[in-house]
Design a protein around this ligand. Sequence first.
Ligand code: HEM
Length: 395
Amino acid sequence: MSTATATITDQGLDSREFRLDPYPAYARLRAEGPLVRSETDRTYYVTTHRAVGAVLRHKDASVESPFRASRVLFGRTVMDVEGTEHARLRSLTGRSFAAPAVPGHLEELVPGAVHGVIDALAGRGRADFVADFANEVPIRVMSRIIGVRAEDVAAFQSCTDAVIAYFDSATPERRRSAVTAWAGMRALLHRRLDELRPAPDGSVIGQLLAATAEGAEVGDDEIVRQIGLLIPAAIDTSNRLLANVLHILCSRPELLRQAYAEPALLDGIVEETLRFEPPIHSTVRIWAGGELLGTDVPRGSLLTVLLGSANRDPEVFTDPDVFDPRRAANPHLSFGAGRHQCMGRRMALAEVTTALRILLERCPGLRFAESRPDPVEGFSFRSPATLVLQYGSPA
Ligand code: HEM
């Protein structure tokens, strides 16, 4: 067994240069090895596709950490616990978080929400597609899926903004705003539970109430916590993916032209965006101690699992730095792997692909409105801050 070495990351990764373009640093890290110690960042970076898959599946790599932002804000959710508690919460929430369980989700709900968002763009010719499209669609869709009343969607939206700002940068001020916003939303969700309890519907709240009525061991507080988790897990991921796809398309006019002409290409474009420019670049685990990937790693060490690096591993992807929506196989790890892998993959893909298909059907001539558009940027979560586009009149 060898001892981990600290070499490349002596300056740490959280620099402006890295936030703008992490891929050269990922390549250097992979060349160092599958597990690279950084004294500056006080973590072990997990770098290659094989190593990322192995760590996410490893029984001794745990999500349990009292410092994780989701744990701080919501308490114990499916994403933050292990063992029998995780298995119980995963089986409880699994059905209600998956697309096919929501009646009419694909057929009516998503198109209805997307058309509403595009109607609001009509007559303007220019808009910020982060604020006015990418953020709007998942909030409208998820509030309906969760079971939030129409009159409470605005409150849900402002709570979502505060929570997302905190997850983006955990300053004390943002933490206070998120805690206050979540306290208000929690009260609102408790009232909704009481309303739906006599006759649970097909919403997430309705399905979780029905499970309780059928004998599942879950209290109201626990239900509300799992719903809170959907704000960062379902909304602040789908919105960034939508923004990244649009950024990639507008940066490649020929590809955008093909997407207009051949909407079936959108499935490949979305999957390839997930590989090439994923919304979530890393997740973390706490190591139980002992040998990991040939290195003796102390108990309690932080492992930073670089999904974005795994997706550019040349051992797995031919020409990994080329955006190719027609790849025959695309085993990217942007939805994670192992026991904590994403529960909303199908829902996210359906939502994002449908939103883009309708946008291209209705909005001709999409293009950057500014000569220097905001770049895709970030460390753990990456997407553009704004995306100001011009377009023809929506049909
Ligand atoms: C593009 C959109 C999405 C991306 C990129 C994404 C990505 C991920 C990733 C990487 C994880 C694993 C985190 C880890 O291992 O630490 C995860 C977990 C999770 N995701 Fe997603 N997600 C997306 C959309 C959604 C949606 C729409 C939902 C719900 C409707 C959802 C629900 C969840 C839940 C509940 C977990 C935790 C599962 C567990 O810990 O057992 N996600 N997601």
